[in-house]
Design a protein around this ligand. Structure first.
Ligand code: NAD
Length: 476
């Protein structure tokens, strides 16, 4: 059984959980120890005890650890990518790409540890000087979802450690494998005892213990809106800093003047790659009436030709859905969309392969209206809907008509419309002639409205959440 990491010790528990391969349910990746309330509390205590010393380490010490971890992740990306593909179902090239990204994130934050910023400002009072500096927040609870098993933990843990915080890390139940491997790498890279703790286990027990404990100074959470709301409500009484990254219902607008091939590629990649299980997936395709029929026909052809199958098979383009619950949810959304008048134009059926897995051909639903359930709620699967519009103004208005605001895209050859969309889109990230999913690792990531709450993640903007500002006055 793969153990927890608490205060620098590998700890086994009486209860373990199988990590099941969604491409082949007879394949158990490994068994992972499950923490209960007691283990979670020990991890928090260890992080609290380690916080003062870790916060005072030199930038060089933190740089060296993050740098070593980043290099090991990159050196092992083929092996770790295979592990990721096996436990989550992302196809191998995407899984290796995600591991590569995790390695780059660690190298970026290794550099950030050295690039300290601060201000020296003259006071309005004579003889007084002011310094504005950043300090660690303290103990950071990291609660991660299953869909990016190594990149999301990396983009939370790397800045947390970089800026001198200690960490209690709770990965999603479905993907303990990458979490364990990442923790092992950081532990061997020299993170001191207690500065990084790994507590695998159910959200309702381990996550809830973190929410209830006043020693946790900040929580960085990525997951569903429902859980995000719990994190927020539980944190308010503690006046705790929170950062929430939640769902999306991301629009991709296709105008009449778009390059058809670029638009079809953006929709195919954005909506269906990674089995559509991306918070930034292009799930609402908002298509101008002049290009609508050509676009739908071309996209439907491409969907039908997609190779759906085992994530580790060389020719697979779309891996399995992550588990039976998510598969049932995807099918339920397809059925509801059809019942409300949508037309299932391509895909949407289960696919049988040699191994027993959760295979679903990506679904394209046309003739949908903005107020239908399929256009209001996040499916989080390989399901995209098409809304027909007349011209740019209607497209923009439909794109912004959502409680979410994570990512938004437009396909057009018009500089005028592209510029206007970049300015008026109510999303945290805007793409022109690109899929709504697929972002860089060195720039801010996050959304607006119900998609995100708190400071941005990633890039140098991560300092906003993972540090607290001190203003010091000195009278000479
Ligand atoms: P989820 O909310 O079910 O779980 C997320 C994490 O919260 C898991 O680790 C879970 O164990 C934990 N959790 C559950 N109950 C808890 C509780 N009571 N207290 C504390 N922690 C608890 O989400 P999921 O199904 O793992 O992930 C899918 C969701 O994540 C989708 O909505 C998706 O859009 C979102 N997501 C958002 C982003 C982003 O950056 N915006 C990125 C990836 C995924």
């Amino acid at each position: 059984m793969k153990p927890l990491l608490i205060n620098g010790e590998w700890v086994t528990t009486s209860h373990g959980m199988d990590n099941v391969n969604p491409s082949d349910v007879s394949d158990i990746v490994a068994v992972y120890a499950q923490a209960g309330r007691a283990e979670a509390e020990s991890a928090i205590a260890a992080a609290a005890q380690a916080a003062p010393d870790w916060g005072l380490t030199t930038p060089q010490q933190r740089h060296d650890i993050l740098h070593a971890a980043g290099n090991e992740i990159l050196a092992r990306k083929a092996e770790l990518g295979a592990l990721l593909a096996r436990e989550e179902g992302k196809v191998l090239p995407e899984a290796i790409g995600e591991v590569n990204r995790a390695g780059q994130i660690f190298l970026f934050f290794a550099g950030e540890a050295l690039r300290q910023r601060g201000d020296r400002i003259d006071s309005v009072r004579p003889g007084v000087g002011i310094e504005v500096t950043r300090e660690p927040v303290g103990v950071v609870g990291i609660i991660a979802p299953w869909n990016f098993p190594i990149a999301i933990p990396a983009w939370k843990i790397a800045p947390a450690l970089c800026y001198g915080n200690t960490v209690v890390f709770k990965p999603a139940e479905l993907v303990p494998g990458c979490a364990w491997a990442l923790t092992d790498i950081l532990h061997r890279a020299g993170v001191p005892n207690g500065a990084l703790n790994l507590v695998m286990g159910p959200g309702s027990v381990v996550g809830q213990t973190m929410l209830d404990d006043p020693r946790v100074d900040a929580i960085s959470f990525t997951g569903s809106q429902a859980t995000g709301a719990r994190v927020a409500a539980a944190s308010l009484p503690h006046m705790r800093k929170i950062q929430l990254e939640m769902g999306g219902k991301n629009p991709l607008v296709v105008l009449d003047d778009a390059d058809l091939e670029i638009a079809v590629h953006a929709a195919l990649d954005g909506a269906f790659f990674s089995t559509g299980q991306r918070c930034t997936a292009s799930s609402r395709l908002i298509v101008d009436e002049g290009i609508h029929d050509r676009f739908v026909a071309a996209l439907a052809d491409r969907i039908t030709a997609l190779n759906v199958g085992h994530a580790l098979s060389e020719d697979t383009q779309i891996g399995p859905v992550v588990d039976p619950t998510q598969l049932a949810q995807d099918e339920d959304y397809i059925a509801t969309a059809r019942a409300q008048g949508g037309v299932l134009r391509a895909g949407g059926e289960r696919v049988r392969r040699e191994t027993e897995g959760y295979f679903l051909r990506p679904a394209l639903i046309t003739e949908t209206e903005p107020l239908m359930r399929i256009n209001r709620e996040e499916v989080f699967g390989p399901v995209a809907s098409v809304i027909r519009v007349r011209g740019y103004d209607e497209a923009l208005s439909v794109a912004n008509d959502s409680e979410f605001g994570l990512s938004a895209g437009i396909c057009t050859t018009s500089l005028k419309y592209a510029s206007d969309f970049k300015r008026k889109s109510q999303a945290g990230m805007v793409m022109v002639n690109l899929p709504t999913a697929g972002v860089d690792y060195h720039v801010p990531f996050g959304g607006r409205k119900s998609s995100s709450y708190g400071a941005r993640e990633q890039g140098s903007y991560a300092a906003e959440f993972f540090t607290t500002v001190k203003t010091a006055y000195t009278c000479a």
